[in-house]
Ligand binder design. Sequence first.
Ligand SMILES: *Cc1c(COP(=O)(O)O)cnc(C)c1O
Ligand SMILES: [Zn+2]
Length: 441
Amino acid sequence: MQPPVESMPVESPFITGLRCLRCGAFYAPGAIDYVCDCRPNRGSDLGTLDVEYDYAALARLLTPAVWHADPDRSIGRFWRLLPIANRDALPPLPVGGTPLLAAPRLRAATGLKHLWIKDDGRNPSASFKDRASAIAVARAQRAGRAIVATASTGNAAAALAGQAAAAGQATVIFVPKSAPPAKIAQLLVYGSTVLAVDGSYDDAFDLCTEACLEFGWYNRSTGYNPYMTEGKKTVSYEIALQLAEQSGAILQEPIRLVAPDAVFVSVGDGCIIGGVHKGFRDLLTLGWIERMPRIYGVQSALSPALYNAWRAGVDVPAPVHATTRADSISVDAPRDAVKALAAVRATGGAYVLVEDAAILQAILPLARLGGVFAEPAGATAYAGLLQAQRDGLIKADETIVVINTGSGLKDVRAAMEVTGEVREIAPTLAAVRAALPQAAS
Ligand SMILES: *Cc1c(COP(=O)(O)O)cnc(C)c1O
Ligand SMILES: [Zn+2]
């Protein structure tokens, strides 16, 4: 029998509290839900909170071998470093455990001998966002909230809708009217209540925030809910584990995990890149990796708010008018700017800018040489790698991980723009011969 909701612990006993990254204020576990009182306003200048843990206690209890030996390949195996009471608090639709692909033909084409693709398109709702949405549903359920809401360019909502469906949790989703049909279809199929806002993603975001405050709904929105970073950091745990398993380091005493030299990830609000940073920082603090990777954030030239802020050396990005085809990273005012800028600045990485044409073109090598079909925002990371290589930011013998954040099936129209036409033929062998004079002779 389930204990009553109030008596169930909400989160890991190893969480010590939440720290505001803007003013330094510290909050006890559970004392605050979203952003610090110092800056609860709209836009990029938010009192972003970071969840802190008792790493000394965790290091006494846990070793990398425990994770390696866990038969559960989902993010559930990391539960002690997540804001959940135990792994059973997660929705019954496993997230994470995505493959780290060696992609030999991409290595040959780029000359990068230790290139890896972390394919997070292979999550249950086909994007990276499942990592965060699982945490949102777990926390909302433990808190007994009737409704979880989010604003989303599409994937965060699809992930929330899927996780919520599995757990029997009601959701209200605010998407910009322009979201690709496949993403809206996912929401409807999973049974969410969908409100298509006649405005931008940023308009949808602000409306969702207001509605949650007004109606007492649990707000999953990226960059506003501090716990989403915690779900997203699990990708770094997996990368370091998978590299250690590949190299055999996992079998040598003392067992160490392996950080790559560089990680490439596409950036919109900046929550994923902040999560990537947090994950490796956790591992470094635990003493399980020896150094941090350089983290590279890739933005479209048509949605460059964080790139601009990084170049200008400022902490609060000036809003842009984002128009990129890579809808998942089309953001006017990035909400997780503090964490997103710290990820790059603290690790000696960089922000890299790529044109939309290069983003769409990058879909092809990923698919044709790597077998990975990425949506535009996923291919953006690979386009950024190619740009960084041209800019001399990486070396051929470095270990480099490119994260594909979303499946290409999310936006087939964008992919079809760079593939060329399908040839129509009559249903006869003669027509095959005529169409393929070389192959069919
Ligand atoms: C959300 C998303 C991103 C960007 O993540 P942010 O946290 O907004 O920076 C990149 N790619 C895909 C496929 C996404 O869904
Ligand atoms: Zn503050």
